[in-house]
Design a protein around this ligand. Structure first.
Ligand SMILES: [Zn+2]
Length: 88
């Protein structure tokens, strides 16, 4: 869409900022606290042991070879996001 990579990054950053502002606005309307969480490793990290491993997004289940924890991928990711939000 935009061939200039610097301009594309700027547009992407602006869109992300606008989205965060919109989320905060909607949160205020509904009386909900909105906390931004960096998405780094949220789907690769084991929510039980904290072990991070390379994992394909095609897999629907999270299986930790470190502690043996098995969970649906999205549930594991959501637990990591919730913990990150509560730690802020
Ligand atoms: Zn684990």
């Amino acid at each position: 869409m935009v061939k200039n990579h610097h301009l594309a990054k700027s547009i992407s950053d602006t869109a992300q900022l606008r989205f965060c502002q919109w989320l905060e606005y909607v949160g205020k309307i509904f009386g909900v606290t909105v906390i931004a969480v960096a998405p780094d490793y949220t789907f690769r990290e084991c929510s039980s042991s904290g072990e991070i491993r390379k994992q394909s997004r095609d897999l629907r289940a999270h299986r930790c070879f470190h502690c043996g924890y098995v969970e649906e991928r999205d549930v594991n990711t959501n637990k990591n996001i919730l913990r990150a939000a509560l730690c802020q």
